[in-house]
Design a protein around this ligand. Structure first.
Ligand code: HEC
Ligand code: HEC
Ligand code: HEC
Ligand code: HEC
Ligand code: HEC
Ligand code: HEC
Length: 252
């Protein structure tokens, strides 16, 4: 009886929740405050820099995702899905790893004296003017960079490379999943499209570290865990559109 009551109360809350203002919803969950759109996805990297008397490095996702998909960096180049998790050093970059796979003076500016400050800027608002020029040319979204990256890709407005190798072939897997939370009958299930995600990511970016390869077997899959950067929250808090955008996942 008591459990039934809690579930009924939960359903009412869920229905009301999707109708609330963004601020109220963010308050209901513990969602982190959102930076301005031009800083969304900018990562301040300071595992070593300031310790060596250099300013911290600022890496901007929107600058790079226009040209490369996530898998290029997060699979081929071994960057981790968490700020500070990759052991990047100047030596490794100069040997052609991490940033240096591209920042080699050919694909992009190299690790030479005149360029130190471009990366070691210490300023997360770096690139704001460029962002203002970019924004009007791309489809809009309500949150994050306020850019609908999927529509931009579908319309051919951006053409990010899938690989740094010539022989790469993308694996196709198009299964759509409806992820319904148990006990929350009034909240529309979250929709997950393998096709949409495979445009950006490799299977190995999600399986098996983030999700089991069998529907509804990933344990403790809840909003509370996602807001702590687990499951969908690995990406949908800091780089892909944020959890604040309830209806993009809980459609209908
Ligand atoms: C050009 C390379 C590059 C591309 C492309 C790229 N990333 Fe990253 N990403 C990085 C680097 C570098 C970091 C910081 C890693 C570190 O500090 O160890 C990072 C960090 C992250 C983080 C952690 C952010 C935080 O604040 O903790 C997430 C999540 C992430 N990336 C997701 C993505 C997604 C999703 C895409 C595709 C839309 C993507 N990345 C595309 C290089 C890239
Ligand atoms: C393409 C971007 C980029 C450029 C250009 C660049 N760096 Fe770095 N550098 C990094 C990154 C990323 C790190 C690791 C950041 C962190 O987490 O603190 C780093 C780390 C460092 C460190 C910390 C110790 C070490 O050896 O890793 C020093 C010192 C350093 N850079 C000096 C320089 C100098 C001097 C220049 C110019 C000659 C330069 N960097 C140019 C990206 C760059
Ligand atoms: C997969 C290739 C690739 C990797 C890896 C990469 N970059 Fe870049 N980066 C580029 C290219 C290409 C540009 C030029 C983009 C443009 O001008 O549109 C660029 C531009 C930049 C810029 C200039 C942005 C601006 O506003 O003009 C900075 C700063 C930068 N990268 C930092 C980094 C740092 C730091 C890393 C490593 C943590 C890194 N990049 C890793 C390809 C890469
Ligand atoms: C962005 C993350 C992500 C990527 C990338 C991804 N998957 Fe999944 N996959 C999921 C999620 C989430 C589930 C459901 C897990 C659950 O419910 O416990 C899933 C489930 C599956 C299932 C089980 C489906 C079922 O009905 O039981 C298979 C098979 C699968 N994925 C294969 C793949 C393959 C092959 C690729 C690469 C082409 C891939 N996945 C890429 C997130 C991803
Ligand atoms: C490894 C990173 C990653 C994970 C984990 C992830 N996503 Fe995404 N997702 C993305 C990226 C990148 C996009 C492209 C849009 C953007 O960047 O804003 C995207 C787009 C979407 C879209 C819009 C495209 C569409 O299908 O219409 C939905 C909805 C979505 N994700 C739901 C989910 C759900 C639900 C989960 C958890 C089951 C999840 N995602 C986990 C990276 C991720
Ligand atoms: C990136 C996709 C995504 C976004 C955005 C998202 N959710 Fe969810 N949500 C999910 C997934 C996946 C589940 C778990 C489904 C399952 O258990 O299989 C879930 C579960 C839930 C539940 C069930 C109980 C719980 O806490 O887990 C509620 C209620 C809910 N979401 C409300 C919201 C609200 C309100 C927002 C906006 C603030 C939101 N969601 C944004 C993907 C998302």
């Amino acid at each position: 009886m008591v459990i039934k009551k809690i579930f009924r109360a939960a359903s009412v809350t869920a229905a009301l929740l999707l109708g609330l203002t963004a601020a109220a919803r963010a308050g209901f969950y513990n969602l982190p405050p959102l930076p301005p759109p031009e800083q969304y996805g900018n990562v301040l990297m300071d595992r070593t820099s300031t310790g060596y008397g250099m300013k911290a490095v600022v890496f901007s996702h929107w600058v790079h995702r226009i040209k490369y998909t996530c898998r290029v960096c997060h699979l081929e180049l071994d960057f981790g899905f968490q700020a500070g998790s990759s052991e990047i050093s100047e030596k490794a970059s100069r040997d052609g790893r991490f940033c240096g796979a591209c920042h080699n003076g050919k694909t992009a500016f190299g690790h030479t004296k005149e360029n130190c400050d471009k990366c070691h800027s210490g300023d997360v608002s770096y690139g704001a003017d460029r962002f203002k020029k970019l924004l009007p040319s791309l489809p809009r979204a309500g949150f994050g960079n306020r850019i609908n990256w999927d529509e931009a890709l579908a319309a051919g407005l951006i053409k990010p490379k899938d690989s740094l190798r010539d022989d790469y072939q993308q694996m196709s897997f198009e299964k759509n999943l409806e992820l319904a939370a148990e006990g929350w009958s009034s909240i529309p299930p979250a929709l997950f499209s393998h096709k949409a995600h495979s445009q950006w990511l490799d299977c190995a970016n999600c399986h098996p570290d983030i999700f089991n390869v069998k529907k509804k077997t990933t344990k403790h899959f809840s909003m509370a865990r996602m807001e702590r950067k687990e499951f969908c929250g690995v990406c949908h808090l800091t780089v892909a559109f944020p959890l604040d955008d309830c209806k993009r996942c809980h459609q209908r």
